[in-house]
Each structure stands twice: as structure tokens, then as C-alpha cells.
Design a protein. Structure first.
Length: 167
């Protein structure tokens, strides 16, 4: 065996070791990346599931709140003494909703809107106000309750007055 054969053998052995090392390194790297990918996917899946669950619970709570608000609004509009109720008194009893949200709740209960002779917004159940369906303005005004009694404050004359409209 000559020196060149020894150098060739050493080069072949070095190449084989380099090849095995490269293959082993790539295999280990692949396994680590796959493991990291699986952990990331599991973490992201859990996060998405938790977010969806929280969104569902929030949505269900909103639906429950709206349903309860519709029931309360309907009860307010069913009081025999007042076939029409002022928007202000309804808003007082159903706080926490914007004006437009409250109007949507009233429509869902089967209510329709009127204006009083002085311009107050009034609401009543359609089945209790069939005789007024051709009107947009009724010729009565709400009975009065001082604004500050509804919404707080010390000056009883500091605002308009509201309540239901007697038949």
C-alpha cells in the first residue's frame, strides 16, 4: 500500500464520517423542528379553542341579556294603566343600552313608536294600540315624573318630566 492509497483511504473515511455526521445532524434538526412545530400547533390550537369558547360565552351572555331586556320591556308595555310609555321611562328601567339598542329591543317585543303632542317619544305594544296604527303623533302627553327623580340630581326643575300616557 502506498502513500497515495493511504491518503485516499483517509479521505474516503473522512468523507464517510462527514456524510454520517451531516445525515445525523439533519435528522436531529428535523426531529427538533417537527417537535417544535407540534408544540406550537398544540399551543395555538388550545389558544384558538380558548378564544372561541370565550367568544361563545360572551355571545351567549349578550343573547341572555337581550332576551331578559325584551321580557322587561314587554312587561313595562303591558301595564294596563299605560298603553303608551315614554322612551325616557323605559330607558330608566332598562339602563345599560344605547338609545338605538333599546329601540331595537322594543321593536323585538312587538312595540311601535309614536310621538306625543309635545314631541316626546312614546312606545306601545302593537296589539294594545291597533286603533292608533294610522297615527304617528298622539294627542296626549306623558304623565309627569321629574327628570331628576328618574336619573338623580338635587334640582327637581333641572330637566323635562316623563312617564306613561294614560288611556
Amino acid at each position: 500500500m502506498d502513500l497515495t492509497d493511504t491518503k485516499i483511504a483517509a479521505a474516503v473515511i473522512a468523507a464517510m464520517i462527514a456524510l454520517v455526521t451531516a445525515l445525523l445532524g439533519n435528522f436531529v434538526g428535523y426531529r427538533m423542528q417537527r417537535r417544535q412545530f407540534e408544540m406550537d400547533r398544540e399551543r395555538d390550537s388550545k389558544r384558538i379553542k380558548d378564544e372561541l369558547q370565550a367568544d361563545l360565552e360572551l355571545h351567549n351572555e349578550k343573547i341572555r341579556t337581550e332576551f331578559m331586556a325584551e321580557q322587561v320591556a314587554r312587561k313595562l308595555l303591558e301595564v294596563k294603566r299605560w298603553p303608551l310609555r315614554s322612551f325616557a321611562i323605559i330607558k330608566h328601567h332598562l339602563g345599560g343600552f344605547s338609545d338605538d339598542e333599546l329601540r331595537q329591543i322594543l321593536v323585538k317585543t312587538g312595540a311601535i313608536r309614536f310621538k306625543s303632542k309635545s314631541g316626546h317619544e312614546l312606545w306601545g305594544l302593537i296589539e294594545r294600540n291597533k286603533n292608533k296604527l294610522s297615527l304617528w303623533k298622539v294627542q296626549t302627553d306623558p304623565e309627569t315624573v321629574p327628570y331628576n327623580e328618574l336619573y338623580g340630581g338635587s334640582d327637581a326643575a333641572a330637566g323635562p318630566t316623563y312617564d306613561g300616557v294614560a288611556p
